[in-house]
Write a protein that binds this ligand. Structure first.
Ligand code: ADP
Length: 560
């Protein structure tokens, strides 16, 4: 039977501001409570500010806040002389102890998988709280006040002795199983070290936090319990390391902000220190924080400066390479232009004479001669078209393409071109139809030659890429939008979506193009689109797929 102490003989100091009293023997208690909780608060708040949407940062903030609240409440138990106050905070401590655990669990989940625990898991967590809600303020939590000594202690009930520690062990085991499971998943191969470090840090923190308390509780030696609080800096050190190593959060900003705030708070706190001894502890704490954060910051800034120098150096090189490239490009355009001009006259001569020969201007041709002459004429015409394409590309790229604007009827133009090309289509067994439905006069203000070239080119393509069937040229307008369209529809080889996406680029030819028609440079549509765009129009292509025909649409603004 323990002797009941007459509490009136206990000399208890009255706590000022809840925290400050001589009841706290030794500054160690202040140091063990304030430094870890302050550093936890600073780091978790800044991580959160820098990444408020990051789930891991949210969970970490929750853990940090719970831990700080726990530490401050615990400090009150040490400093206060009021029994009711001690009882209240002691019985509330149990909640925050669990919060620290749950926050750590959420943190691990979010850090590793960017998700919080599942709904089922949350139900389990909630259920584990129920005994607390029901018995938190009954004698199952705290039996009463211990009057057998002058230590101002509450006597812990079964909720503390059994329940809370089992729940804590359960959550720690949960964290461990989760981390092992994630560690083993093939998709986390690259993150293995990261998972290991963060899981280890969290578990170490939790075991120190609880071990201290368990020992304190069993041995009634609360001094030992203080070890646990230093677990928080351990967790922070681990997180800090993983932050730097894996750049999980924006470290530099974080370090600078934390360094500033920590130094501010710590320096201000010096003003309230009563003894030199305490000031020394605060100074040690400050030094500790400064060294870590300062080191990280300086290292980071050095890296940044180095990177910037590298980037500047690269940018310089790039600029030089760019100038050189432009020169080469200009030379290339000039070369293509000169070469094409010089090729053009002989080719025109070849094609002209071949045509005269075929028509019999130089005497009757024998049957044997007819085919080769026709071949010469065809090849020369093809070559002339290719040369024209190359010339157009070089004009477009050097910005030398000239446009002579005039007003003309697009409908008439399209109809004439259809009439011209009908016989060519017929030769290949194709029907070429012309349809018109315009509400306006169908006038456009554009370069007539270029527009002819575009329409010609697209109808020619349809002839080239349609083995059999019909080609329909349909002209229609939208007066309201001041636009006029020419659709060129065919029943030809069509295009898959890959081909559709690239045909307007230079030298791009569809996969099937060669099998149907080997003649082609892959420049026609590039040139046509550039010209249409220069005249404030556009060209679009559509196809349901290979073998399903194509539809090309030329769009131009209506005149006026
Ligand atoms: P070229 O016809 O000389 O290859 P273009 O630039 O005129 O060059 O056309 C690019 C590619 O677009 C062609 O190679 C072909 O694959 C595809 N193409 C153009 N018109 C049609 C069409 N009417 N039907 C199917 N494919 C077409």
């Amino acid at each position: 039977m323990k002797e009941i102490v007459d509490t009136s003989i206990c000399e208890w100091d009255q706590a000022s501001f809840l925290f400050f009293s001589d009841n706290i023997w030794g500054d160690f208690i202040y140091y063990s409570h304030l430094l870890p909780s302050l550093s936890a608060l600073i780091v978790t708040v800044f991580i959160f500010i820098n990444a408020p949407k990051n789930k891991a940062a949210q969970a970490l903030l929750f853990t940090g806040l719970s831990f700080t609240t726990w530490s401050l409440m615990d400090l009150i138990l040490w400093s206060s002389e009021k029994m009711d106050l001690i009882m209240f905070f002691w019985s509330s401590l149990i909640y925050f102890e669990l919060f620290v655990y749950i926050g750590s669990l959420y943190f691990i989940y979010a850090y590793v998988s960017d998700k919080f625990p599942s709904f089922k898991a949350e139900v389990v967590i909630f259920l584990s709280f129920i005994p607390l809600f029901i018995f938190g303020h009954t004698s199952l939590n705290l039996l009463g006040f211990d009057f057998t000594n002058c230590w101002r202690e509450a006597i812990e009930g079964p909720l503390w002795q059994y329940y809370i520690y089992y729940v804590e062990i359960g959550i720690a085991a949960w964290i461990l199983t989760f981390a092992i499971h994630q560690f083993r998943l093939p998709k986390n191969k690259a993150k293995k070290t990261e998972i290991l470090i963060v899981a280890l840090g969290t578990l170490l923190f939790l075991s120190l936090f609880s071990l201290g308390n368990i020992i304190g509780s069993i041995e009634s030696d609360w001094e030992i319990g203080q070890i646990g609080l230093f677990g928080m800096p351990i967790l922070l050190a681990f997180i800090g390391y993983s932050i730097v190593r894996f750049e999980s959060f924006k470290l530099k900003v974080l370090a600078a902000e934390a360094l500033f705030t920590a130094s501010f708070i710590l320096l201000v706190s010096l003003l309230f220190i009563r003894t030199i001894e305490n000031a020394r502890y605060i100074a040690i704490g400050t030094l500790f924080l400064f060294s870590i954060l300062g080191f990280l910051l300086v290292r980071n800034i050095k890296q940044e400066v180095k990177q910037r120098e590298q980037i500047e150096h690269l940018a310089e090189k790039l600029e030089k390479a760019n100038v050189r490239l432009k020169q080469v490009d200009k030379l290339k355009s000039e070369f293509v232009s000169i070469a094409s001009h010089q090729l053009r006259s002989p080719i025109t001569a070849i094609s002209g004479y071949a045509s005269l020969l075929r028509e019999g201007s130089y005497g009757e041709l024998t049957n044997k001669m007819k085919e080769p002459i026709e071949r010469i004429e065809q090849s020369a015409r093809m070559m002339a078209t290719s040369i024209e394409d190359y010339l157009n590309v070089s004009r477009i790229e050097s910005g030398n393409m000239k446009y002579n604007y005039s007003e003309f009827s697009l409908a008439d133009e399209a109809e004439h071109i259809c009439d011209d090309l009908r016989s060519e289509a017929l030769k290949r067994g194709l029907v070429l139809l012309f349809r018109k439905r315009v509400d306006s006069q169908g006038m456009v203000n554009a370069d007539q030659g270029k527009v002819q070239q575009i329409i010609h080119n697209l109808i020619n393509n349809s002839i080239k890429y349609t083995p059999k069937g019909v080609i329909t040229v349909y002209i229609h307008d939208e007066v309201k939008n001041k636009k006029i369209f020419i659709d060129i529809l065919d029943t030809g080889i069509g295009m898959g979506s890959d081909t559709l996406g690239s045909i307007f680029q230079k030298f791009e030819r569809g996969d099937k193009a060669n099998t149907v028609n080997v003649k082609g440079t892959g420049l026609g549509l590039f040139v046509a689109l550039k010209m249409a765009e220069a005249m404030k129009g556009t060209i679009t292509a559509h196809s349901e797929g290979e073998g399903k025909g194509s539809r090309f649409t030329i769009e131009l603004p209506l005149a006026g």
